[in-house]
Design a binder for this molecule. Structure first.
Ligand SMILES: NC(=O)c1ccc[n+]([C@@H]2O[C@H](COP(=O)([O-])OP(=O)(O)OC[C@H]3O[C@@H](n4cnc5c(N)ncnc54)[C@H](OP(=O)(O)O)[C@@H]3O)[C@@H](O)[C@H]2O)c1
Length: 260
């Protein structure tokens, strides 16, 4: 199949391209580097002509309304203009609709934009990738102290497994209309204190003393109340956080990849 991966040079997108090519698909990456700008729609018509599926894995943490949301609108409008039945597979975040964090709100607006565009769409929501969980567990560190939100829990997921599942959707049959696939998460949930301890153990440091920060405001309360942890019926798979951590350099780089 001919499949375009928007954001196909990004952390997730590059893995999706690799997974699709390994299965024999004609998969290409598209982004600003190849002349496709999702903020304006420039270059999309050429990129999406004659494709059977489109994976939307492009994002900007700083400008999600422009890239994730307007991008989804441009993809929908372009496919309609082309009269294309192509299947759009778009990545989103578990619990995005339960937290008022602006980036998460944009992910929901991006889903809505595709629903309203009337194109064949599968939304795949995943939990935080392991690298982001490591940042959450290690970012708020001051010497031997580590600060965490009271009771914050995460169920991080293996980015390589998410890429394979996106490739399954993109290479599989298209739904007729809009659908949300089963949410994806890693096999195990952790509280942020456990993540901080695992990262410290990996780095050869003593476990940090964790100080709890009270969840002030709706966004922090949302994270603290476990609204980003998946409910029942989630599909779990891929490496655990510990297995992923084992394959990382020691010490773990302080600046791990964040989207956008
Ligand atoms: N990280 C997590 O924990 C997590 C969890 C669940 C879901 N997700 C989702 O996974 C997706 C991918 O994240 P990622 O970490 O792989 O992102 P990333 O590495 O930052 O990649 C983003 C991609 O978007 C492209 N892009 C940015 N602005 C663009 C524009 N104006 N037009 C076209 N392309 C543009 C970039 O390419 P150019 O610079 O060449 O344009 C880049 O390839 C996001 O939708 C994110 O919400 C992430």
């Amino acid at each position: 199949m001919r499949i375009v991966v928007l954001g196909g040079r990004g952390d997730l997108g590059a893995r999706v391209v690799r997974a699709l090519v390994a299965r024999g698909h004609d998969a290409v990456a598209a982004s600003r580097r190849s002349g496709v700008d999702l903020r304006t729609g420039d270059g999309l018509e050429g990129a999406l002509a004659e494709v059977e599926a489109v994976v939307h894995a492009a994002t900007s943490m700083r400008r999600p309304q422009d890239v994730d949301v307007a991008g989804a609108r441009h993809v929908g409008a372009t496919l309609r203009r082309l009269g294309s039945p192509a299947h759009v597979v778009s990545i989103s975040i578990v619990g995005a609709d339960r937290i008022s964090y602006p980036y998460y709100r944009a992910k929901v607006h991006s889903e809505d934009a595709l629903a309203q565009a009337g194109v064949n769409t599968t939304i795949v929501r995943a939990t935080q990738f392991h690298a982001l969980a490591a940042v959450l567990g290690a970012a708020f560190r001051l010497g031997p102290l580590s600060f965490s939100l009271r009771d914050m829990r995460v169920q991080p997921v293996d980015i390589d497994w998410v890429a394979e599942r996106l490739a399954d959707h993109a290479g599989g049959p298209a739904p007729s209309g809009f659908t949300r696939a089963t949410d994806l998460a890693g096999p195990t949930a952790y509280d942020v204190r456990q993540i901080a301890e695992l990262v410290a153990g990996h780095d050869g440091r003593r476990p940090p003393r964790v100080l709890r920060v009270p969840p002030l405001g709706d966004v922090l309360r949302g994270f603290s109340e476990g609204r980003i942890v998946p409910g029942p019926g989630v599909e779990t798979g891929g490496r655990t956080f510990e297995e992923w951590l084992d394959g990382q350099p020691r010490p773990l780089p302080r600046r791990m990849h964040l989207p956008g």
